[in-house]
Design a binder for this molecule. Structure first.
Ligand code: ARG
Length: 607
């Protein structure tokens, strides 16, 4: 279906034309003075110069053409030449009914669906998942769902960080602790044990310990600095040897993966985040030699300060852009190398129209280098879009990067549990005393609500901006929060349950037939909200902007609550009127359900 505003614009354009003006002037937008009118058109202002007329004369002429319009209930030309518009209630209801009768509320598949790969999540194997990994997963998941809903063919890839220094650090630290393990004996030719030499708990301790040992501070004594340097160098070497195929290290790599992956998967599952591909940096290792040879053969890669690099600066650059490093001076692959080889793989295997990267915006330079290098070296077709969607930093209250009370980084699991507990307490405090929840239902509701609080708290901000992670605010049941939306939806569900109980029958699944012609401002506002759905989806996809879905939901929830407070729905004696109210709030609920699904959470039956 067409966007509602486009339909209005067409009608308006036809009126401009009939009055002797360009139809393109008839662009209709949402009113920025909702106290005066619902929609507005400023085309007469824009046309004044072109036609050498006063804007108000143009506006009057157009208004005259729309006198008998079935689309607008009122068209008013006001000084200096604006057209203030209200939409006809029957026309509006008919549009919404058509939406409700259509698949996906009228969102049609694009003529040519795009094949999109979305690279998001990006956790690093062996390192515990901490709050810093929240944003790429939550934002990426939502963009993926929006793109899919918009009708595109989308593949989500977690792109594991599993080929870098963290692996070398774990190997070195393990070697310190258990030097007699066969993995470290280069002469060893037998089979390696099947059991990993560490548990998940141990691994979660080994990495941070190793990482700390490899770093030193400015004011550390010289011998501490020296030891850290030496440790770091050993980790680099172990990383390189692992990448280049040293048997024992590859076997350890397998163990690290086997221990780490199930935990990662479990973490994402708990957050309702699903990847289609669990590929990682390691998966493209074998593509690297040929890729590098090709870059050299084309004369694009050259040695600079010992490393192999490709120049990527362009004349129009305002800032100095360093070359893209393909191999480090010790011959090891780095972050650029694996990203380039991954582009090669995706291009070959998936032939995408677009690859989207949902990554911390501080990595922008890396992606500029990688994208340019990929184009220069012909790793992608010219028409393949490479797009960086950088997100801002999540800060703690006070505006500093989020830390736990003791200053460490907070593990995601702990954070989720903490929020669920908070929600559990709240739910117990506010639940209906006549029908208390079982402990199981209370916890399930708490977990669903906690996830909504967390995801909505993140997604309602424009992704590129830094934001303050404030559990208190995110879990509040009033205001622009996930729980507020869920309370609103639970309110609708509760009314519907009571209505069904009274009628002794359940409502039919079909929504369109019972959708009413709105009476009064509050009802009409909700109809207008629904009518804006297709436009909202189009924009959210085009701008990769889950926050547009959030803003849409928040407006809808506010309008629903205004309607609820001024209307006696269940006590309405006129049955036909009441059926209309029910038809309206059911439609609102259905649209809200769809929208929260796009954000990656769900709603409980009651709260
Ligand atoms: N593992 C990376 C990190 O933690 C993020 C990966 C993002 N995706 C990519 N294709 N580079 O910084």
């Amino acid at each position: 279906m067409k966007q509602f505003l486009d339909q209005l614009s067409e009608e308006m354009g036809a009126a401009f034309e009939k009055a002797g003006f360009d139809a393109a002037l008839g662009r209709v937008g949402i009113s920025n003075r909702p106290d005066l009118c619902e929609y507005q058109c400023n085309g007469a202002m824009a046309g004044a110069k072109k036609y050498g007329k006063k804007p108000i004369d143009i506006a009057n002429a157009v208004a005259e053409e729309l006198k008998a319009s079935g689309t607008f209930s009122s068209v008013e030309a006001v000084m200096p030449g604006f057209l203030n518009l209200n939409v006809n209630e029957e026309y509006l209801a008919a549009y919404v009914r058509e939406m409700l009768a259509s698949d996906k509320f009228g969102v049609e598949a694009p003529e040519k669906p795009l094949k999109i790969v979305i690279d998001y999540g990006g956790p690093n194997v062996a390192k515990p998942l901490h709050v810093g990994h929240l944003r790429p997963a939550v934002i990426g998941e939502s963009i993926k769902r929006i793109a899919r809903f918009a009708g595109h063919d989308v593949t989500g890839d977690v792109h594991l960080g599993d080929w870098g220094l963290q692996m070398g650090l774990v190997i070195v630290e393990l070697g310190e602790r258990q030097p007699d393990l066969p993995y470290f004996d280069e002469a060893y030719e037998g089979e390696y044990p099947e059991e990993p030499p560490f548990s998940l708990k141990e691994l979660e301790e080994i990495y941070p310990t190793a990482s700390a040992k490899s770093k030193s501070k400015e004011d550390d004594p010289e011998e501490v600095k020296q030891a850290a340097k030496e440790y770091h160098a050993r980790a680099l070497q172990a990383t390189r040897e692992m990448q280049q195929g040293r048997r024992g290290y590859r076997a350890l790599w397998k163990h690290i993966m086997a221990v780490s992956l199930p935990d990662l998967k479990e973490n994402y599952r708990k957050m309702d985040i699903e990847f289609d591909l669990w590929m990682g940096e390691s998966d493209v290792n074998d593509l690297i030699p040929a890729m590098v040879d090709d870059m050299k053969a084309k004369g694009l890669a050259h040695i600079s300060e010992g490393a192999l690099v490709v120049d990527v600066k362009e004349e129009s650059d305002k800032k100095e852009l360093p070359p893209c490093m393909i191999l480090k001076s010790d011959g090891a692959a780095n972050y650029e190398t694996t990203d380039l080889a991954t582009i090669l793989w995706r291009e070959k295997e998936l032939k995408p129209d677009k690859i989207l990267y949902v990554v911390d915006k501080r990595q922008e330079l890396h992606f500029v280098q990688v994208f340019r290098c990929a184009r220069k070296c012909g790793l992608v077709r010219e028409e393949t879009g490479l797009e960086f969607i950088g997100f801002g930093t999540m800060n703690g209250p006070g505006g500093k990067p989020f830390k736990t009370r003791d200053g460490g980084v907070l593990q995601l699991k702990a954070l989720l549990d903490e929020i669920a507990e908070k929600m559990h307490t709240k739910i117990r405090e506010t639940e209906n005393a006549d029908a208390p929840m079982s402990e199981e239902e209370a916890w399930q509701t708490a977990r669903i609500t906690a996830l909504a609080a967390l995801k909505y708290g993140d997604l309602s901000n424009q992704a590129a901006k830094d934001y303050i992670f404030d559990v208190e605010r995110f879990t509040a049941s009033e205001g622009d929060t996930g729980p507020y939306l869920l309370y609103t939806m639970a309110r609708i569900k509760s009314i519907l349950r009571k209505y069904e109980e009274k009628a002794g029958a359940s409502l039919p699944a079909e929504l369109a037939a019972s959708f009413p012609i709105p009476e009064g401002k509050a009802m009409k506002a909700l109809c207008q909200d629904i009518s804006g759905f297709i436009r909202m989806i189009d924009e959210a996809f085009a701008e990769r902007a889950p926050h547009k879905v959030c803003a849409y939901l928040y407006q809808m929830a506010n309008d629903l609550n205004s309607f609820y407070h001024e209307t006696k729905i269940l006590a309405e004696p006129d049955e036909k009127k009441q059926a209309g109210y029910i038809g309206l709030i059911r439609a609102v609920l259905a649209v809200m359900e769809e929208c929260i699904g796009l954000l990656g959470f769900s709603a409980p039956e009651r709260m």
